[in-house]
Design a protein around this ligand. Structure first.
Ligand code: URA
Length: 420
């Protein structure tokens, strides 16, 4: 069958065979399929969907388009990771990787850049002086075996098919397809050679999936397929109506992550970090149930071991520790504008979408794929729903490149809060 016939078949809703899907992915990763045919294929999938067997074939052939990491067999140190479908203020990966390493796991954490209003772990790590997330595959494996974790970007050699397809989806309006999202996320995670994976699937204002129902569908599909591919996967839902923690913006989120590693900082962040670790302890059979998993993760966080592991990780990946400690102690290198409440009352909502848009527009996120970020800007000291404020009391502090950009974003930022 020619590729044109394959396209016609998908356009008309037929199910494709594993071989047909493999030939599509081969054409993508070897750059032999013209972009217009890839675009047509993606749009046909967007409208007609893929069945379970097709989604599995797409996921596995994308995984196999590059290197799959391999670790020494060691049942006492399972290889694990977490993936979040993205949000505002979501810095869970930063404290979680060293916590998992301190719990004895091996964590090859491949992360992404932020796009649009959704922050990305790589951008946060880029705000740490000297820290490098570009590591060759042999170093990734070595760091994970030795330290217990590595926080890295996808290399050229890993899942090249996803890199090309994701770029095409971005410009052909085909990102929000549950089948394509499933294959994209799982192909990358399966290339890490994992034993177990937790998926933090977000729903709400600032999430990919606006409704709980859609998020549940995505969560169920990914968990089922991941398990069928031999990785123990658990997906759980979390709302993204409100920013996570009290900061949004790259360096600001590193500071808050360090607080979490010191067993301080916001409860919602610490709870989600512990949930991810607790679930992985249960998934890998190291604890009998979630209560025991949470207790073990909490005790480990309180012991200070993850904070020590964090420094080990920074040092291994080239951070200038002196400059980093100095930056941690110094005021934020941006113009600070406190925003205050115009009336007294209890906060009923703080809209994560608005907060994410402001951070992006301040220069902390990408309006275009190649936008250069200002890693110091953002919003901190965010007051959260359920908290009481008096008129004139601080709702947050806006950090901007200069006074005029702060002033230009002040009213929109304030509109994120509803006070009853
Ligand atoms: N994240 C990914 O890696 N891929 C998607 O398709 C969506 C979110």
């Amino acid at each position: 069958m020619s590729f044109l016939q394959l396209l016609e078949a998908k356009r008309d809703g037929a199910a494709l065979s594993e071989d047909q899907i493999r030939s599509f992915v081969k054409g993508v990763s070897t750059d032999t399929l013209p972009e217009y045919q890839i675009a047509a294929f993606l749009m046909a999938v967007y409208f007609k969907g893929l069945n379970e067997a097709e989604t599995r074939a797409l996921t596995l052939s994308m995984r196999d388009s590059g290197i799959v990491l391999q670790f020494q067999p060691d049942p006492a140190r399972p290889v694990v990771d977490k993936h979040s479908t993205g949000g505002v203020g979501d810095k869970v990966s930063l404290p979680l990787a060293p916590l998992l390493a301190a719990l004895g796991f091996r964590v090859p954490m491949i992360s992404g850049r932020g796009l649009g209003i959704t922050g990305g772990t790589l951008d946060k790590l880029d705000s740490i002086p000297g820290f490098s997330t570009s590591l060759p595959v042999n170093e990734i494996v070595d760091f994970v075996e030795r330290i217990g974790c590595a926080m890295i970007r996808q290399t050229e050699e890993m899942v090249p098919a996803d890199k090309r397809l994701y770029a095409m989806r971005d410009v052909t309006a085909t990102v929000p397809s549950i089948n394509l999202i499933t294959a994209s996320i799982l192909s990358k995670k399966l290339s890490e050679g994992l034993d177990a994976l937790v998926l933090d699937v977000k729903y709400g204002e600032a999430a990919f999936m606006k409704t709980r129902e859609d998020a549940q569908k995505l969560a169920d599909g990914m968990a089922k397929l991941g398990n069928a591919c031999g990785v123990k996967v658990e997906a759980f839902l979390n709302d993204m109506d409100t920013p996570l923690g009290r900061t949004a913006g790259n360096w600001l989120e590193v500071v808050e992550s360090v607080e979490c590693l010191e067993n301080r900082g916001p409860d919602d962040l610490r709870d989600l970090v512990l949930q991810c670790a607790g679930r992985l302890l249960v998934l890998t059979g190291r604890e009998p149930d979630l209560d025991a998993g949470l207790a073990k993760a909490k005790a480990c966080l309180e012991s200070g071991a993850p904070r020590t592991k964090w420094i080990e990780l920074l040092e291994a990946q080239g951070a200038d520790l002196k400059a980093y400690e100095e930056k941690l102690k110094s005021p934020i290198q941006a113009f600070a504008l406190p925003l205050t409440a115009t009336k007294s009352g209890t906060i009923s909502s703080c809209n994560a979408r608005i907060i994410g848009e402001v951070v992006r527009d301040l220069g902390g996120g990408r309006a275009l794929k190649d936008s250069v970020l200002d890693l110091n800007v953002g919003i901190a000291e965010i007051k959260k729903p359920g908290e009481r404020v008096e008129q004139g009391e601080k709702l947050c502090v806006l950090y901007a490149r200069n006074e005029s950009e702060a002033a230009a974003n002040a009213e929109r930022t304030r509109s994120a809060w509803s006070i009853m």
